[in-house]
Design a protein around this ligand. Structure first.
Ligand code: 13P
Length: 255
């Protein structure tokens, strides 16, 4: 049985007080869904504050960083290390989010270094992959996702594979209100699982949680979560309202 993960990526939003209020506002929903993992990704500035809320809250509520740098320390202005995230109470970290790739020029090679640094520090790396609209229209979806997986996971040691979560986030669905259909999501998720079976091992392929992200909301979450190879959702905009995100946390059949 794979864990169901409901994750909220707050991106560049929230003051400290807003972040704390938002985290407190989803605690009841997390309690109502004890078999699901709820992971909040606040901005770096709010990690410690939200981390404290999570520590005192339900055992299935976790906090993660939106990015990290692979060096342990040094002259890297503006960057944050895996150990610093752990120090703030993080259990998870996003790697290779499409906004990092497309707005900030993050390369496939960088995602690989970040994944390695994250898992070696004991974090769960939520590796984001996904194609642009032009790539989908050119029939390149599978090739793009496989290239991103190869780069991100190529140097992950076998004993660290249990610390990997994949998030399939088609770029054309992020922040557009256009969600992938359950058939589109299933097709790519199955391809990701098949890639994992071929390039890692069957056990990892079976166990790895694969989340869907891109315009998930309180209305479409249940259907996506009921899709065979969709093990959770990574939510942007709809995670910024506590009541809406609470409905996503408890969407569909809780088990
Ligand atoms: P939206 O849910 O706002 O489309 O964002 C998805 C996302 O990028 C989550 O990481």
């Amino acid at each position: 049985m794979r864990a169901t993960i409901i994750a909220g990526n707050w991106k560049l939003n929230c003051t400290l007080d807003e972040a704390e209020r938002l985290a407190r506002g989803v605690m009841d929903a997390a309690l109502d869904a004890p078999h699901r993992q709820v992971v909040l990704f606040p901005p770096f500035t709010a990690l410690e504050r939200v981390g404290k809320v999570a520590r005192l809250g339900p055992a299935n509520l976790f906090v993660g960083g939106q990015d990290l740098y692979w060096a342990e320390n040094g002259a890297y202005t503006g960057e944050v290390s895996a150990a610093q995230l752990v120090d703030c109470g993080c259990r998870h970290v996003l790697v290779g989010h499409s906004e990092r790739r497309h707005l900030f020029g993050e390369t496939d090679e960088a995602t690989g270094k970040k994944v390695t640094a994250a898992v070696e520090a004991g974090l769960v790396a939520v590796v984001c992959v996904g194609e642009t609209l032009a790539e989908r229209q050119a029939g390149q979806t599978k090739a793009v996702v496989e290239r991103q997986l190869t780069a991100a996971l190529g140097s992950c040691k076998p004993e660290r594979r249990a610390q990997i979560v994949i998030a399939y986030e088609p770029v054309w669905a992020i922040g557009t209100g256009e969600t992938a259909t359950k058939e589109q999501a299933q097709e790519v998720h199955a391809a990701i699982r098949a890639w994992m079976a071929g390039h890692c091992d069957a056990d990892t392929a079976n166990r790895v949680p694969i989340l869907y992200g891109g315009s998930v909301n309180a209305t479409n979450a249940a259907e996506l979560l009921a899709t065979r190879d969709v093990d959770g959702v990574l939510v942007g905009g709809a995670s910024l309202d506590a009541a809406t995100f609470a409905r996503i946390i408890t969407a569909g059949r809780l088990g």
